[in-house]
Design a protein around this ligand. Structure first.
Ligand code: DHB
Ligand code: FE
Length: 282
């Protein structure tokens, strides 16, 4: 049987590309003027780099070959989510007052199993790692609880792999859609995720190696939190003192998003409380 540790960039890239095409509905209503402005700026940024850095023909051809390979490996979602999405988030939440957002990344899958509160994420019988109880409340910016808010949570396992993108994992492993109770409260039992390494055997890995960078994101939990008449937030939470919290390759860590779990009274793992604050729909 194939196991998760045999994951390849080509397979997870192909999965991420297919998922992007399936899930994302983007309205192509950008005006001609706007397309022209944006395309001109990107092209100018590349040309400025060539002129400032005196890029050679060899370097130009290496760049061209690499771009071709990003597509062949299906790694455009990975590349963009690691190196660009954090700025998109910054623009998107400039006028929000609730909880901070963070990048979605390439591994979200909608319609994970719905779980009532208190919930335990789907996991293997012998799911490795340290149990983590994640609890809190969903409120609006006025401090009122949002009854029945939806918390979608997905994260990597104790080896740093995501279900449906690495082989050998049950379909919905460590993915769930939790409905908060009448007071907006939620309690979710899961397993502490491990840091995540960008696949090293694809085009993004080749860039990281050629540039002498590291390929790591700190351990993180991904969320989409929503409630009627409120803006959905997409965010991530990290763990204090964890590896790469201060040098995330995807530049997606913010101080407000770092959790400090404590040992549980029953010593059966760790627990932490975090409240999500949603802005009203505008
Ligand atoms: C990537 C993976 C993640 O888990 C994430 O949160 C962001 C980016 C990636 O491989 O591109
Ligand atoms: Fe992730």
């Amino acid at each position: 049987m194939t196991t998760e540790t045999e994951a390849t960039a080509a397979a997870s890239g192909a999965g991420a590309t297919a998922r992007f095409r399936e899930n994302k509905q983007f309205a192509a209503n950008t005006s001609q003027e706007r397309v022209s402005t944006l395309a001109n700026r990107v092209i100018k940024a590349i040309n400025d780099t060539v002129l400032d850095e005196k890029v050679t023909y060899d370097e130009y051809n290496a760049f061209k070959a690499w771009l071709i390979r990003v597509g062949e490996d299906g790694e455009w979602p990975l590349f963009l989510d690691v190196w660009v999405e954090h700025s998109i988030v910054e623009v998107a939440e400039a006028n929000r007052h609730g909880s901070k957002g963070a990048i979605e990344g390439p591994y979200y899958i909608p319609n994970a199993p719905v779980l009532n509160n208190p919930a335990t994420l789907p996991m293997r019988e012998d799911e490795p790692g340290t149990p983590l109880l994640f609890q809190g409340q969903v409120r609006n910016v006025a401090g009122e609880p949002l009854a029945g808010a939806l918390i979608e949570l997905w994260h990597a396992d104790d080896a740093g792999f995501y279900s449906q993108f690495a082989p050998g994992l049950p379909e919905w492993n460590l993915r769930g859609s939790i409905i908060a109770d009448e007071q907006g409260n939620f309690q979710i039992n899961t397993m502490q995720p491990a840091p995540y390494q960008i696949p090293t055997d694809g085009a993004c890995g080749a860039l990281i190696a050629a540039a002498g960078w590291h390929a790591w994101r700190p351990a993180h939990l991904h969320f989409k939190v929503s409630a009627a008449e409120h803006q959905l937030i997409t965010t991530q939470l990290y763990f204090e003192g964890g590896e790469h919290v201060s040098d995330d390759i995807a530049s997606a860590v913010k101080p407000e998003l770092v959790l400090a779990p404590t040992e549980r009274a029953d010593r059966q793992g760790r627990e932490v409380t975090y409240d999500f604050i949603l802005d009203p729909q505008d």
